[in-house]
Design a protein. Structure first.
Length: 52
């Protein structure tokens, strides 16, 4: 039973730390990728894959 007294606060702390890191990444625009795969798929590349 004393193990739960340690594990529950540690789990809550780690969950809150992960949530804080997620919100920090959101506010720091880490997930913005205007030239990402969604835009690159629409580009017509004249060069095809190299065959050797």
């Amino acid at each position: 039973m004393s193990g739960l007294a340690i594990l529950i606060p540690v789990a809550i702390f780690l969950g809150l730390a992960g949530l804080a890191a997620f919100f920090w990444a959101l506010s720091d625009n880490q997930f913005d990728d205007p030239d990402g795969a969604a835009a690159r798929i629409l580009d017509d590349d004249e060069e095809g894959p190299e065959e050797g």
